[in-house]
Design a protein around this ligand. Structure first.
Ligand SMILES: NC(=O)N[C@@H](CC(=O)O)C(=O)O
Ligand SMILES: [Zn+2]
Ligand SMILES: [Zn+2]
Length: 444
């Protein structure tokens, strides 16, 4: 008998939404269909005819732990994720200390034990090239963000290190996640604009050209190496054209877009002021629209939050000194579900970009509602107004305040209910470390 049965669910099966029941055994889905009797089942959840989806896999979060736990920690970050229907996160290395050697990797693993959902940890790239193999064997999920330009944490690398690191990640068979902005171009524009203090100047200081140039360079450097390139937070229509061409030449590339570049644009500078600062910056309507096109036509593979919590008072200063980044892990899936409701995206495509593709890129046994996969899923709930005081991140604010999202009623991680009707009900620390392929192979 299964441990858990979800009855009266509706699922996307073969491109149509169908009524179904889901049985879970030992944390994994054991059956989907019409389930026999529920008599001896430990737990039955009535989905009440709601849509059930795989939990989102957010492959780009900054949970700030260790070192910046005033902004976020693994417990609060993972609660925010669960409340927003995210059941797995991949944390990026710009913490303090940065995750760039054995000691710092183990330190992050120790802190991450607070998480209520499953998680992976990426390793950073600086001049630490001698440690990359070891970090891979310790279970790093991927490398990066590898920063081609200055962003939070100042882990930016020069061309030589970028090139060499791509050779190494290629040899290892690892994914290299790239923050693609061109440092030279950016510096030139910042120099011209630094006398201007209206927040909008920030978008001009890191122009589309800077991203496009860096994307081209990363693709060129990856060249004939076996590196699997993943381009983070693509924001400019020019970059999409470069990626489209590279994909047409069957280059091994994937890319992601963030909710803030999909749902916000330079028009929001007026409303947000310095809170609207992030890297790459807010773009104009034209780029914003091209991201939606890229998402629907398959040029963009993934939606990831780049959850980058900073406190409101830290952001309320001069545009040039405010920290860059916005929180987003809790609002990503609700906003995306809203765009399905508004016919901007199909449900099938939503599941691909938030669950299926992230799982495929990193080889996770997640992201699919089918027997054998981890029972990570959400039962959808009502459309609600996004209100900052209801969110779980320590950031305490959101750029989407007052907008609408379809939030989960219940979030399930490996068969355990972790969030239900507005409450976190998971035990702190129940999340598991999901290692990358390097650990798996080095143990064989
Ligand atoms: N996106 C941002 O503006 N900031 C991120 C770093 C990053 O992703 O570049 C952060 O960690 O604060
Ligand atoms: Zn970045
Ligand atoms: Zn980031």
């Amino acid at each position: 008998m299964p441990d858990l049965v979800i009855k009266n669910a509706r699922l996307l099966i073969d491109d149509t939404i169908q009524p179904a029941e889901i049985a879970v055994d030992d944390g994994r889905i054991s059956k989907i269909g019409k389930i026999i009797s529920t008599e001896e089942v430990n737990q039955v959840i009535d989905a009440k005819g709601a849509l059930v989806l795989p939990g989102a896999i957010d492959l780009h979060v900054h949970f700030r732990d260790p070192g910046m736990t005033k902004k976020e920690d693994w417990y609060t970050g993972s609660c925010a994720a669960a409340a927003g229907g995210v059941t797995t996160v991949i944390d990026h290395p710009n913490t303090n200390p940065p995750t760039i050697d054995i000691e710092s990797f183990k330190k992050k693993q120790k802190e991450a034990k607070k998480s209520i959902i499953d998680y992976s940890i990426n390793a950073g790239v600086t001049s630490n090239l001698q440690y990359l193999r070891k970090l891979w064997e310790l279970g790093a999920m991927a490398f990066g963000e590898i920063f081609m330009a200055e962003s939070t944490g100042s882990l930016n690398v020069n061309d030589l290190i970028l090139k060499r690191s791509l050779e190494i990640t290629g040899d290892l068979g690892a994914v290299a996640c790239i923050h693609a902005e061109d440092e030279e171009i950016m510096k030139r524009f910042v120099h011209i604009l630094k006398g201007k203090h209206e927040p909008e100047s920030y978008s001009k200081s890191r122009p589309e050209l800077s991203e496009k140039t860096a994307v081209e360079k990363a693709i060129r450097f990856a060249g004939d190496t076996a590196t699997r390139l993943h381009l983070c937070h693509i924001s400019a229509h020019e970059s999409l054209e470069v990626i489209r061409r590279a994909k047409a030449e069957s280059k091994n590339i994937t890319c992601e877009v963030t909710p803030h570049h999909l749902f916000l644009s330079t028009k929001d500078w007026k409303r947000l002021g310095t809170l609207g600062k992030m890297n790459p910056p807010l773009r104009d309507f034209y780029s914003q629209q091209s991201l939606w096109v890229g998402l629907t036509n398959g040029i963009i593979d993934v939606v990831a939050s780049d959850h980058a919590p900073h406190l409101e008072h830290e952001k309320m200063t001069d545009i040039w000194s405010a920290p860059a980044g916005v929180p987003g892990v809790e609002t990503m899936l609700p906003l995306m579900l809203m765009s399905v409701k508004r016919n901007l995206l199909t449900l099938k495509r939503l599941i691909e970009v938030t669950s299926l593709n992230p799982a495929r890129i990193f080889g996770l046994n997640k992201g699919v509602l089918a027997p054998g996969y981890d029972a990570d899923m959400i039962i959808t709930g009502e459309v609600m107004e996004i209100r900052r005081e209801k969110l779980h991140s320590k950031a305490g604010w959101t750029p989407y305040n007052g907008m609408y999202g379809m939030f989960p009623r219940i979030t399930i991680s490996r068969g355990d209910i972790v969030f239900e009707d507005g409450d976190i009900i998971a035990k702190r620390g129940r999340g598991r470390f999901i290692p990358g392929q390097g650990l798996i192979y080095s143990k064989q």
